[in-house]
Design a protein around this ligand. Structure first.
Ligand code: ATP
Length: 356
């Protein structure tokens, strides 16, 4: 059983730095959880606590229902692949895969069976007699994964395992990892700072910032209903546009404020809203000259299939990003009108928590 439960888990390093604070989360047996967050948010710390390389300051970790706080790393049946996975350069691929099994005094026949099973799964059979220097980056990465998998761990931890690969290879190995996880059904925690990687891989994503869990949800849920302004800004590229709000003339409506100009809000906007957010793809060109608001194009980023447009308000410093298909027919400095549908706004309170 590879279920994992964190209960009020905290880690404060000597010197007083709180790398993780009060983290509670359950991960089901066989689940692939992606942990994402900016550099220094505590991702590696969390993996080190699960693997037993470090001790929590408070709280508990249960693996398969057993509290592992008192167990040494070797007793946890957890395998970890790091960003700078080092293969043994003088050993062949077979030797690298065999090493952890020899360390565990597993017999020759069983070693052979496990190596062939994992090598078959990772398409390493033709490479078994090569040394690491004779492999591509992606092949080496697969050997590192294989070396962790031959142990048949109940939990598999991956710490930015694709960071050293180029973009094309990264996409391919990412798909391989997702498929491998589905086939083996091993509980996997995959750490990355890359939100695109998180979105494409995760059945569920846990967003960490400053050592605190911000939200744990499916990619769709995180995108459609971010729990706070941090998640709204972190998931999605470019991030959600965030604007202050003002109270409408009637005193009852809450309106997003774009550099002093009220934008059409939502009649049912929560009264305690302090921040309004809208996704770049929900900002569109107005259909008539009387609709929407007048803005100026500040920057045009043409990406081929779409264009990111940065707009500023005629009068002020406020800016908005829109994502439009293809190449819209205007350039820097042009005046255009933007429209937004009231139902596309998200609202947050003063502390940044989502409302409604
Ligand atoms: P990255 O994506 O850059 O690897 P991360 O999210 O994995 O970052 P951690 O390595 O978990 O971050 O570190 C979390 C915080 O704890 C960082 O601010 C780091 O400086 C601090 N930290 C890590 N190890 C120690 C330590 N041994 N002593 C003191 N502070 C530490």
């Amino acid at each position: 059983m590879g279920s994992i439960a964190f209960e009020r888990l905290s880690k404060t390093y000597p010197g007083g730095f709180a790398a993780l604070s009060d983290l509670s989360l359950d991960i089901a047996d066989g689940e692939l959880l992606v942990v994402v967050g900016p550099s220094g948010c505590g991702k590696s710390t969390l993996l080190r606590l699960i693997a037993g390389l470090d001790r929590p300051t408070a709280g508990s970790i249960r693996i398969g229902g057993t509290d592992v706080n008192a167990l040494a790393p070797a007793e946890r049946n957890v395998a970890m692949v790091f960003q700078d996975y080092a293969l043994y350069p003088n050993m062949t691929v077979r030797g690298n895969l065999e090493f952890p099994l020899k360390m565990r005094r597993i017999g020759r026949a069983e070693r052979r069976r496990r190596i062939e099973q994992v090598a078959g799964m990772l398409e390493l059979m033709p490479l078994l007699d090569r040394r690491p220097a004779q492999l591509s980056g992606g092949q080496r990465q697969r050997v590192a994964m294989g070396r962790a998998l031959v142990r048949d761990p109940s939990v598999f931890l991956l710490d930015e395992p694709l960071a050293n690969l180029d973009a094309r290879l990264r996409a391919q190995v990412r798909a391989d990892i997702a498929e491998l996880q589905r086939r083996t059904g091993t509980t996997m925690i995959y750490v990355t700072h890359d939100q695109v990687e998180a979105m494409t891989l995760g059945q569920r994503i846990a967003v960490l910032a400053g050592g605190r869990l911000q939200q744990a949800a499916s990619p769709r849920e995180l995108y459609a209903h971010p729990a706070n302004t941090f998640v709204a800004g972190f998931i999605g590229n470019p991030p959600m546009n965030l604007l202050p709000v003002r109270i409408g003339r009637s005193g009852e409506t809450v309106l997003p404020d774009f550099g002093g100009v009220p934008l059409p809000g939502r009649a049912d906007a929560p009264k305690d809203a302090a921040i309004a957010g809208i996704r770049p793809e929900a900002v569109r060109l107005a259909e008539t000259s009387s609709e929407g608001i007048a803005v100026r194009v500040r920057e045009v980023e043409y990406l081929g299939h779409e264009t990111l447009l940065h707009f500023t308000h005629e009068a002020g410093a406020a800016s908005l990003i829109a994502r439009l298909p293809g190449l819209p027919p205007f350039g820097r400095g042009d005046a255009v009108r933007l429209g937004m549908a009231p139902e596309d706004w998200h609202f947050f309170d003063r502390s940044g928590q989502a409302l409604g």
